[in-house]
Design a protein around this ligand. Structure first.
Ligand code: SF4
Length: 188
C-alpha cells in the first residue's frame, strides 16, 4: 500500500489512539462527534506553496464550500517537515483578516483622512509622481563624468507579503527607472 508521510502520521495516530483508549474502556462516541464538527471535516485538501521566500514550503489548504477554512504546514514536504515560519503560519489570517485592504487608500498631503480610490486613479497618480520626480532628479553622470543613469530620490520598500515573482518584476521595473534605493521586508 502506498501511503504518504502525512497519511501515515494520521493513520498511525488515529489507530494507536483508538486502540489505546478503547482498551481502557473510554467511550469514543463524543470524540468522534466532536471530530465531525471540526472546521476541516469534509474539506478538500489542496497542496499549495508559500511564495513568501525561496524555501517554498508546502501548505495544506483545506477548502470547504469553495472557501479556505484552514492552512497548515505539510509534514510530507522535506524541507520544513510540516513547520511554517511566522509568515507562512499567518497565511489563513492574512486571507481572512478584516484588516486586509482590498482597495487603494489615499491620504492627500496635509490631510488626516484616508480616501478610497479606484485602481485607475491610483496607478495614474503613482505614474505621474514617479515621472515628475524622475524628470527632475535623474542623474546621467557622476562628478567624474562617468555615466551612472540613476535616480536617488525614489525609494521602494517591498513587503514580505509579495511573493518571489512579484519581487522579481518589481525589482526589474525599478532598475529600469534607474532607482538604486530598494529594500525589502522579507526578514522574519
Ligand atoms: S516564508 Fe516561511 S513558510 Fe513561507 S516558504 Fe519561507 S520559510 Fe516557508
Amino acid at each position: 500500500m502506498n501511503i504518504s508521510r502525512r497519511g501515515f502520521v494520521k493513520l498511525a495516530g488515529a489507530t494507536a489512539t483508538c486502540l489505546g483508549l478503547t482498551e481502557l474502556g473510554f467511550n469514543l462516541a463524543p470524540v468522534k462527534a466532536h471530530a465531525a464538527t471540526l472546521k476541516i471535516a469534509g474539506a478538500k485538501e489542496v497542496i499549495s506553496i508559500c511564495g513568501f521566500c525561496s524555501c517554498g514550503c508546502n501548505i495544506v489548504m483545506s477548502v470547504k464550500d469553495g472557501k479556505l477554512v484552514s492552512a497548515e504546514g505539510d509534514p510530507d514536504y522535506p524541507v520544513s517537515e510540516g513547520a511554517l515560519c511566522a509568515k507562512g503560519a499567518a497565511f489563513l489570517s492574512m486571507h481572512l483578516s478584516d484588516h486586509r485592504l482590498t482597495k487603494p487608500l489615499y491620504r492627500a498631503p496635509g490631510s488626516d483622512k484616508w480616501e478610497e480610490k479606484d485602481w485607475d486613479w491610483t496607478l495614474n497618480r503613482i505614474a505621474q509622481k514617479v515621472k515628475e520626480t524622475r524628470d527632475k532628479d535623474f542623474i546621467l553622470k557622476n562628478d567624474k563624468g562617468q555615466a551612472v543613469n540613476r535616480l536617488e530620490s525614489v525609494f521602494q520598500l517591498g513587503t514580505s507579503q509579495m511573493d518571489n515573482e512579484e519581487c522579481a518584476v518589481s525589482h526589474q521595473m525599478l532598475r529600469s527607472l534607474g532607482v538604486v534605493h530598494i529594500d525589502h521586508q522579507a526578514r522574519v
